[in-house]
Write a new protein. Structure first.
Length: 324
């Protein structure tokens, strides 16, 4: 099988590309490198079964050319990260909605099965814990740019479901919950790589808000297992799946664990959201997935706990810093 991965030079996409190649497939990556990085896929570029194309997912002619030669499409390209969303909401909306419109239309033209990467952000401010795929979404005011990302990804899901219902296109939707692992950058507000970097250099660890807000972090290789399993399962078509861990941890506890595992002398500093982002930002106190649907459909559960994942990330940062 030959797969097209949009956003494949990004964090999750690069790990997915490695997996598909190791399984014997062929991979074409389309990425404009706005948030993806060539270094993420450097190890793949000597493989004859791999092709990288620099371009935009809204370029209809280019996407059509690539999709025509591929059997499946993994649509991971998106504007992501709270910092990027706060700084560039126009790009967030246009990339997420316009790009998905283009990719879905072309997938439908060629009859290609497509996985759309969505996000736990679509649950918004819901307090119905754990989040189930059929729960109502509760978004904040349109005056707050934070919710533009959640709304844009919800529109992506609506559009994917519409293509499935109206045209019979094989569409699978995966809602990712705080995926972490090697190669993730803290440049756009991702919390774990920032905490690890600060801890390894004994800098203050900046915690936005009170630190009482909690998340469930899932190892990227486990997420890739879920992505591949869903795309290989006919029963997954037309459905939405939460993909994440149920191991809940507060951001304060996360900082404590990173400090302990690195042996850091870092102190913790608490920064109000308005100071951190330069504008008001609403946050969710808890974000916990129900993963019953994906477990019942493909038998998937995460294999790697948070401590193991943090150790992998810390080891990678130490290698890049030349301290290991």
């Amino acid at each position: 099988m030959k797969a097209l991965i949009t956003g494949g030079a990004g964090f999750i996409g690069s790990h997915l590309a490695e997996r598909l190649l190791s399984d014997g497939g062929e991979v074409v990556i389309l990425d404009n490198l706005s948030t993806g990085r060539l270094e993420n896929i450097q190890g793949l570029r000597g493989d004859a079964r791999f092709q990288f194309v620099r371009g935009d997912i809204r370029d209809t002619s280019l996407v059509q050319l690539l999709a025509a030669e591929c059997d499946t499409i993994f649509h991971l390209a998106a504007a992501v990260g709270v910092q990027l969303i706060a700084d560039d909401p126009v790009r967030t909306i246009e990339t997420n909605i316009g790009g998905t419109e283009t990719v879905l239309a072309i997938a439908n033209k060629f009859g290609r099965r497509i996985l759309i990467a969505s996000t736990s952000e679509v649950y918004g401010k819901s307090e119905s814990i754990p989040f189930r795929e059929e729960d109502d979404i509760v978004l904040g005011s349109t005056s707050l740019s934070r919710w533009s990302y959640a709304c844009s990804k919800a529109v992506d899901e609506f559009l994917g479901q519409a293509y499935y219902q109206q045209y019979g296109l094989d569409v699978v939707i995966a809602r990712f919950f705080n995926t972490i692992g090697p190669r993730q950058t803290g440049r756009y507000g991702m919390v774990v790589p920032r905490f690890v970097q600060w801890a390894l250099t004994d800098e203050p660890i900046c915690i936005y808000g009170t630190g009482a807000q909690s998340r469930c972090f899932c190892y990227v290789q486990d997420v890739v297992d879920a992505i591949v399993g869903l795309m290989q399962c006919d029963r997954a078509v037309g459905q939405i799946f939460n993909v994440g861990s149920s191991e809940e941890v507060s951001i304060k506890q996360l900082a404590d664990r990173v400090t302990e595992l690195t042996g850091s002398r870092s102190v913790q500093e608490f920064v109000p959201y308005e100071v951190a982002y330069g504008r008001p930002i609403e946050d969710m106190m808890r974000r916990v997935p129900c993963t019953e649907r994906i477990r019942n459909t493909i038998g998937w559960t995460p294999k790697t706990n948070l401590e193991q994942t943090l150790r992998f990330i810390i080891a990678e940062h130490r290698r890049h810093a030349g301290t290991e």
